[in-house]
Design a protein around this ligand. Structure first.
Ligand code: 2HA
Ligand code: ZN
Length: 278
């Protein structure tokens, strides 16, 4: 092993590579222009220990909310104001590994953000969502936010009623109901980066893994980066089909409620109540 490999051991960590691939894919798809989007990925201490001295805290950053249920937890997160376009070529400035401090009101930077940066401006929303998802899903690990183009567009042209919005997405691609049977949550427009938007999103995350921020973007939750990316990708694909269907003059026929129910039975999923009128 070369000296560089020993010094830069973190670059052989699978979780870091997954972050580089995911941010690159989100950028490639046009869902994270400029500093748009953010990701936080819960990593276990045993995954960090081979690569980092976890007693070597580089900096401590205060937070204005209580994340004590996550005290001692480690996350790899994208940086505030950083561009997904640049993550792969410069991980150490654009990403960071943080640990929520024992009292829950600050986080410790253990690696990354080397140019003096800090974690994403949406950290309150991310941490509140992690708390909520961990309470209902012990395998939960990822919160991902991006500016998925067609989902944003739909927030201008489609009803923002969750039942109606979910139903339209389910109709647009057969796999949607199977991938997100619990549907999509939708919050009112709220200023991003605030505790208020975090609280509203987390409230939805108790029931769903996808939350639409109207005129802004989408939040997804899941147990791996791949799965969470796939969840957002599936909803965005359905929104793209909706865009094209509207451009082609609207639906002439569609998946029926009966067909959607057959799908649910075949794939053993429980569709969110109140959507299928059967
Ligand atoms: O990180 O996307 O919502 C920039 C944003 C804020
Ligand atoms: Zn955003």
């Amino acid at each position: 092993m070369s000296m560089t490999m020993i010094k830069d051991g973190i670059y052989s960590a699978a979780f870091l590579h997954e972050m580089l691939e995911t941010t690159s894919n989100l950028y490639r798809l046009g869902w994270d222009e400029r500093n748009g989007g953010n990701i936080s990925y819960l990593i276990h201490e045993y995954e960090v220990l081979p690569f980092l001295n976890v007693d070597d805290v580089k900096r401590t950053v205060a937070m204005n909310f209580d994340a004590s249920p996550l005290a001692g937890r480690y996350f790899i997160v994208t940086g505030s104001g950083k561009y997904f376009k640049n993550v792969k070529k410069d991980p150490a400035n654009n990403l960071g590994i943080i640990r929520i401090s024992a009292e829950g009101k600050s986080y410790e930077i253990l690696w990354g953000f080397e140019d003096g940066g800090i974690a994403t401006s949406e950290l309150p929303t991310h941490l509140m969502n992690h708390m909520k998802r961990l309470a209902v899903d012990k395998n939960h690990r990822v919160i991902m936010h991006c500016h998925a183009t067609n989902l944003i567009a739909m927030s201008f042209t489609h009803s923002l009623n969750e039942i109606e919005f979910t139903k339209t997405l389910w109709e647009m691609c057969t796999e949607c109901l199977v991938v997100f049977p619990e549907g999509v949550g939708i919050i009112p427009w709220i200023v991003p980066g605030t505790n208020a938007i975090g609280e509203a999103t987390a409230e939805k995350m108790e029931e769903v893994r996808l939350v639409l921020w109207p005129h802004h973007g989408i939040f997804g939750a899941g147990s791996t980066l791949d799965e969470t990316f796939g969840l957002i990708e599936t909803a965005e694909k359905a929104a793209e089909v909706y865009t094209i269907v509207c451009a082609q003059g609207g639906k002439k026929q569609t998946l029926t409620d009966q067909q959607l129910l057959e799908l649910a039975h075949a794939f053993n999923v429980v569709p969110r109540k109140g959507i299928l009128k059967l």
